[in-house]
Design a protein around this ligand. Structure first.
Ligand code: SAM
Length: 220
């Protein structure tokens, strides 16, 4: 699928997929959106010292990068699993401006996140370990992984990729999450919320990032 780099309103990059007319992030601001949904409404709510995170749709690695930077501030240890079916090429990820916009000197680390092998666990900082998994989440078996404390659910919108919001995926994740685990997503569609509730999560709609009234946070 053809991916075109685009710049969002906060100056950070994203990709646009003309074939399905869909962006990887909010056009109001990729970094702004990720910070609001995944870091503030997700990561900052977990008070444990050691946190297992699952990301569905690793994509540009923006959520992993922001989590890594945040873990350095909070001194919490993250074991991050990013599942991705369609990895970016080197040309695509090396042109992304996230490291320079974060205000941290993290370009080599960001590139290492992408360069390193799929399936390999790498320690990127004293608080952040990453394992990228090249797989389709629909048929990927989670059982060899540790139970998750936090899930970043960052798939394309249901009207573009309906199968990614299926109850069977949520069921699999629910069964592999600790009690009290949090799943955050930008998507507040009623059908998605009901699917999450039917597998056992308790859902709440909370204020979304600029340009989006609400987002969804669910708890096991
Ligand atoms: C909305 S984008 C978000 C990506 C990423 N979180 C980011 O911030 O760049 C959705 C991601 O889901 C990935 N994806 C699509 N279908 C998938 C599947 N069946 N299994 C795993 N990942 C998938 C896409 O390739 C894309 O990277």
């Amino acid at each position: 699928m053809l991916r075109k780099k685009a710049t969002t309103e906060d100056g950070s990059h994203t990709f646009y997929l003309p074939e399905i007319d869909e962006h990887y992030h909010s056009t109001h601001g990729a970094i702004q959106e990720s910070t609001h949904i995944f870091i503030k409404a997700g990561f900052n709510q977990i008070k444990k010292n050691d946190i297992n995170i699952l990301e569905v749709g690793f994509g540009t690695g923006l959520n992993a990068l922001l989590s890594m930077i945040e873990s350095d501030k909070t001194q919490q240890n993250i074991n991050y699993y990013g599942v991705e079916k369609y990895p970016l090429s080197k040309e695509e990820y090396s042109g992304l401006n996230y490291p320079e916009l974060t205000g941290f000197d993290c370009t080599p680390t960001f590139h290492a996140m992408h360069d390193r092998n799929w399936g390999e666990t790498i320690k990127l900082t004293s608080h952040f370990k990453l394992t990228k998994i090249k797989a389709d989440i629909k048929d990927y078996e989670l059982t060899p992984l540790p139970f998750f404390d936090l899930i970043y659910y960052d798939a394309f919108a249901p009207n573009k990729q309906a199968g990614m919001w299926d109850k069977s995926i949520f069921e699999k994740i629910y069964q592999h999450a600790v009690s009290g685990a949090i799943l955050v997503t930008y998507c507040v569609q009623g059908a998605v919320r009901r699917n999450l509730e039917q597998v056992g999560f308790v859902a709440e709609r909370i204020p979304g990032p600029p340009g989006k009234r609400e987002m969804l946070r669910v708890i096991k």
